[in-house]
Design a protein around this ligand. Sequence first.
Ligand code: NDP
Length: 246
Amino acid sequence: MTARVALVTGGTGGIGSAICKKLADMGHKVATNYRNEEKTQAWLQQMRDQGYDITAVKGDVSSPEEAEALVREVESKLGPVDILVNNAGITRDTTFHRMTSQHWNEVINTNLNSVFNMTRPVIEGMRERKWGRVIQISSINGQKGQYGQANYAAAKAGMHGFTISLAQENAKFGITVNTVSPGYIGTDMVMAVPEEVRNKIVAQIPTGRLGSPEEIAYAVSFFIPDEASWITGANLSANGGQYMGW
Ligand code: NDP
């Protein structure tokens, strides 16, 4: 497989780390962004200990200026970005009647506006080079909705509209645009949920367990090879059978 430059946002997180490692295992040069210097230095050391050489550049994906600057820095260090995985995300859960505009805006800015901020600076280069992969990490809760997550579900559902429009605009340029919708994965985001609530979630998953970050990384990797060139505008559910809508 041709070695490409891949940029994974939120690579220092649970799912992001697994995606970075999977793409590196496929032979690609991998970069991610970070916000916290100390946390990232420790993460980079962990990666090196496991034999991974990941490039980390500073930048907040919810800011258009920082997102563009971080893309340019990755380009100057590794070369043009061929694979973009829009993975960074946050939750600010609360029922809508208690939700503040801050809860709403933080989630929309980080989870949805970031997709514009990150994809806009890479798309023209992909079109010129006639090859690209843009992959959104959405969520099962963007498909089925979730009590206490009107902000998060709105952002994650919005990613699908983005994916299917961008896929149409760029299909003739060798660029595929797809979404992976993970179910509940045992990362910090989910382990922060109280145990009794987590047990109730697991009870609704036909496989009887939470997913692993590696299982989401595998779903992402599926869209990347040239053999996957015919697959664009798709949404791949990876949720242990918890939601089977199509
Ligand atoms: P984590 O909280 O482990 O990781 C999130 C990552 O995103 C961190 O690296 C974080 O960096 C980064 N990030 C957050 N906000 C910003 C920002 N404004 N700018 C730059 N980076 C940012 O989450 P997960 O690995 O669990 O989740 C990854 C993605 O998968 C998210 O989009 C999430 O919504 C989605 N998802 C997760 C599920 C799960 O069960 N875990 C289920 C379905 C979807 P920092 O350390 O600086 O905060």
